[in-house]
Design a protein around this ligand. Structure first.
Ligand code: SAM
Ligand code: SF4
Length: 462
């Protein structure tokens, strides 16, 4: 696979010197100074297994997360619009020759209904998800742009969706341009596995079967002007340490070529999908290994967001909230139309099983119980703080003040409009506590925002 030097990765993992506690502490000092780690340093952390080293790694990850992102965690929710697919990914229920599920592509009206349901729960950020085109007429660029327009057009009270991120199959450069024009935030695409032979085995047919073509798609998205891209690996297909170093190698390539790395990294673990492959995951990643790889990614690329989905259990998510993730989903479903079953959407097949079924209110409660500020902020991409501009603000920590203020404003909106009374009470207390830590100027700005919210204004930000 292009840009991925497998021999080098194995060399670092197998023959590299096992780091002693002093070496680990030295690497972590570099991380705490918010410097990027080399591949060899990241490999040393991934090789650590003793509890003392692991505790130091987790502690440093918490510290780096706080230094770069402060205590805010951004919330989003996926919206599946089609489960038709022409590919043969062996781990996915949407694979083309799975006749056991009902297929459906949502109409504009159905997408509007789903979006309105999500808005009525308090969501502001959507990740639009679809299978790859098949049969003709499904998952076309026209369908995607129409769907994005439908999502943005939905309204509940004074609330609307403020950011649509997209996770769909690779597109041509011209199609990526159209996606950008439709007003997307991040374009997300997971390489699934960076191990060439494994990639070819688990993607036996369809356009996804060429690993280099998939890798190229991210470069094409950049060239088409999409400077917020998200990458990821599907953990469980191959050795987790290999995939983590390969992700870092991919980031190195993007930074060299486009002067900016990905906006986010996703770390999905394979879940049961009702297909034979997921009953015996070949490289299942244990909870301990998973926590370690998230922490190492946090330390290795401090300025890249890490996304955590509801594939993970509430207990695992609660732990990872403080360990370095910066975006989490809530109230997810993996089948098109599942939020509004009363409508015409029927029971389309699900892609895989989820493990965190808490409501948005409960997830917000869990975040606040850990002194984290739930945020629905979407200011950056609407003020053109994306790509390189975002990185230039993130590196000196300038972005953090804006994030905190916007997090408090969007949390206040959520509490006023959607929260249960218990969460409202805890939320207002949290806001008051955080308010006390702001400087006088930000305190004044926050008061002005809150007065506006009380008068009915929504969607103000810095
Ligand atoms: N169809 C497009 C693709 O594959 O890139 C985009 C959407 S696909 C529905 C989103 C992601 O779901 C895939 O990239 C894959 O990593 C993940 N996925 C598929 N099957 C899964 C499973 N059994 N467990 C967890 N994640 C899975
Ligand atoms: Fe299709 Fe994506 Fe599922 Fe593969 S992972 S079968 S491309 S929906």
């Amino acid at each position: 696979m292009k840009y991925i030097d497998e021999a080098r990765i194995w060399d670092l993992l197998k023959t590299g010197r096992r780091a002693g506690i002093e070496d680990i502490a030295g690497i972590l000092r570099k991380s705490r100074a918010l410097e990027r780690l080399t591949l060899s340093e990241a490999a040393a952390l991934l090789r650590a297994e003793d509890p003392e080293s692991l505790n130091l790694i987790f502690e440093a990850a918490r510290c780096v997360k706080n230094a770069v992102y402060g205590s805010r965690v951004v919330l989003f929710t996926p919206l599946y619009i089609s489960n038709f697919c022409s590919n043969g990914c062996v781990y996915c229920a949407f694979q083309a020759n799975n006749t056991g599920i009902e297929r459906r592509q949502l109409s504009e009206k159905e997408i509007l209904e789903e979006t309105q349901w999500l808005l009525s729960r308090g969501h502001k950020r959507i990740l639009m998800v679809a299978g790859e085109k098949a049969p003709a007429g499904t998952s076309t660029i026209e369908y995607y742009t129409q769907s994005i327009r439908a999502i943005y057009s939905a309204k509940v009270g004074a609330n609307n969706i403020r950011r649509v991120n997209v996770n769909v199959a690779p597109l041509s450069t011209a199609e990526f341009r159209e996606l950008k024009r439709a007003g997307i935030g991040t374009y997300q695409l997971f390489q699934e596995t960076y191990h060439d032979a494994t990639y070819r085995q688990v993607h036996p047919y369809g356009s996804k079967s060429d690993p280099d073509e998939r890798l190229d798609a991210i470069d094409r998205a950049f060239l088409a002007g999409i400077d917020d891209v998200g990458i990821g690996a599907l953990y469980g297909l191959y050795d987790y340490r290999f995939e983590t170093l390969a992700l870092l190698m991919h980031i190195g390539h993007l930074e060299n070529k486009h002067r900016v790395g990905p906006h986010t990294i996703s770390v999905p673990r394979i879940e049961p999908a009702g297909v034979a492959f997921t009953e015996q995951v070949p490289h299942r990643v244990s909870d301990g290994e998973f926590k370690k790889l998230v922490a190492v990614l946090r330390l290795a690329v401090p300025y890249t967001g890490i996304i955590l989905s509801t594939r993970e259990t509430p207990a695992m998510r609660n732990e990872l909230f403080t360990l370095g993730v910066s975006q989490v989903s809530a109230e997810s479903c993996t089948s098109p139309g599942a939020h509004t079953p009363g409508g015409n959407n029927g029971n389309a097949g699900t892609q895989f099983t989820l493990n965190d079924h808490r409501s948005l209110d409960e997830v917000i409660d869990a975040l606040m119980a850990r002194d984290l500020i739930p945020s629905f902020c979407t200011a950056c991409y609407r003020t053109h703080r994306t790509g390189e501009a975002f990185m230039n603000l993130a590196r000196p920590g300038t972005i953090q003040g804006k994030c905190r203020l916007n997090a408090l404003v969007t949390l206040r909106e959520y509490l006023d409009d959607f929260a249960s009374s218990a969460v409202k009470k805890k939320g207002y207390e949290l806001i008051n506590r955080v308010r006390e830590t702001l400087d006088e100027e930000d305190k004044k700005r926050l008061s002005v925002f809150f007065e506006d919210i009380a008068k009915g204004a929504r969607d103000e930000y810095v």
